[in-house]
Design a binder for this molecule. Sequence first.
Ligand SMILES: [Zn+2]
Length: 233
Amino acid sequence: MPAAPATRKAFTTLSVEHASTVSRVAAELRRAVFEGELESGTPLREIALAESLGVSRPTVREALTVLVAEGLATREPNRGVSVATPRAESVRDVCRARWVLEGAGVQAWESADAVRRQRVRDTLDSYTAAVRGGEASYEELNERHLSFHVSLVELTGSPRLVQMAEALMDELKLALAQVDRLNRNAHDEAESHEGLVELLEAGRLEGPDGAHEFLRKHIEDAEVEIIEALRLE
Ligand SMILES: [Zn+2]
């Protein structure tokens, strides 16, 4: 906030100020969920959160409403709000939908323009550099990992398909954060991604050893890993 202290004080009751506090609280809760600091089922109690974050209870209540709307938290009668638990059915369906979108991207590799192909290489580099650097947060690693998968869908050249892929990745973030909490190297799949891009570069798309099949296994492995790690059955 660049405003001088006196000015800022005079405006503290304005709704924009309040809205920005709500979004900061929501952002901090989101970060803690995506970092695996708050596990599924953890109660998000208004009073305790208001005290530790130094904000009012109504602010916390509004921030919690935002998280509930995003599917990161659930509100139950008489039990209040708690961190959401991913459902096996949803994880499977997200992975099925990912396969349709990302598989279409892989099949479009040959006809995709140079910029889109380069984007796949760049997102791969950004992810593997973060994995090997060893300093990125889990949230950051998951972001970069999922960006790589979105870049595959970008090969289709369809903004609508890309938008769908981004929505699917948002749904997966909660589950991935929980997997990271249990299995602190779950994100480390850099080599598998490099293998996929090598197949693309070599133009080996179809067949049992092709990129399309490689991607199918990669997504299936992710699905099994999430469901097993979280004991969702
Ligand atoms: Zn992956």
